[in-house]
Write a protein that binds this ligand. Structure first.
Ligand code: HEC
Length: 152
């Protein structure tokens, strides 16, 4: 007969292994991103690798950016949200900014934007996105450039 405790322990260490494995991947991604963020000459070529269409899917999908910034950055066009979420967003101070209007935007570089997305925008209600992959981030940045009218 299989000892149940042993079975649980085996399962547990396997879970740990998976967990550590995931962290390893996360760290590799972060390291890669830092390389990219820290070297301005290569920033342009990385920008070209971003796919604005995929960025749009992230923006209005798993990134839930559209909750606050609106569908396609249109603040008047929000997805269907629960009343609680609507109330919370309405209370944000400062309110979510119009990402299509470069006159009101304060961040000037993709490096700053990447940091705001990954770490959260300090002093605002914008929370960090901890699930975004490096590629999704680059795609989102390409999409944001498109919203500002800078994209192709
Ligand atoms: C909870 C609401 C909320 C969500 C969700 C959210 N944001 Fe924001 N965002 C804000 C607020 C509030 C600000 C700050 C506005 C200001 O500085 O006046 C902001 C600022 C920004 C800025 C900086 C604009 C500037 O001034 O240059 C960018 C870029 C941005 N958001 C992109 C995103 C992206 C991409 C996502 C999804 C990954 C996202 N936001 C999700 C609320 C949100």
């Amino acid at each position: 007969m299989i000892d149940p405790t042993r079975k649980i322990l085996t399962g547990f260490s396997f879970a740990c292994f998976l967990f550590v494995g995931c962290w390893g991947i996360q760290f590799t991604e972060i390291a890669e991103m830092n390389v990219w963020a820290g070297s301005p000459p290569s920033a342009k070529s990385t920008k070209a690798a971003g796919d604005a269409d995929r960025g749009r899917a992230v923006f209005s999908g798993k990134g839930v950016c559209h909750y606050c910034h609106g569908i396609d950055g249109n603040l008047n066009q929000r997805p269907h949200l629960t009343a609680d979420t609507v109330t919370l967003i309405a209370q944000l101070n400062p309110p979510p900014v119009d990402l299509r209007n470069s006159n009101v935007l304060r961040l000037k570089t993709d490096k700053q934007r990447a940091r705001a997305i990954l770490d959260g925008h300090p002093g605002t209600g914008m929370f960090p996105d901890t699930t975004m992959t490096n590629q999704e981030l680059i795609d989102t940045l390409a999409y944001l450039a498109l919203l500002r009218g800078e994209g192709r």
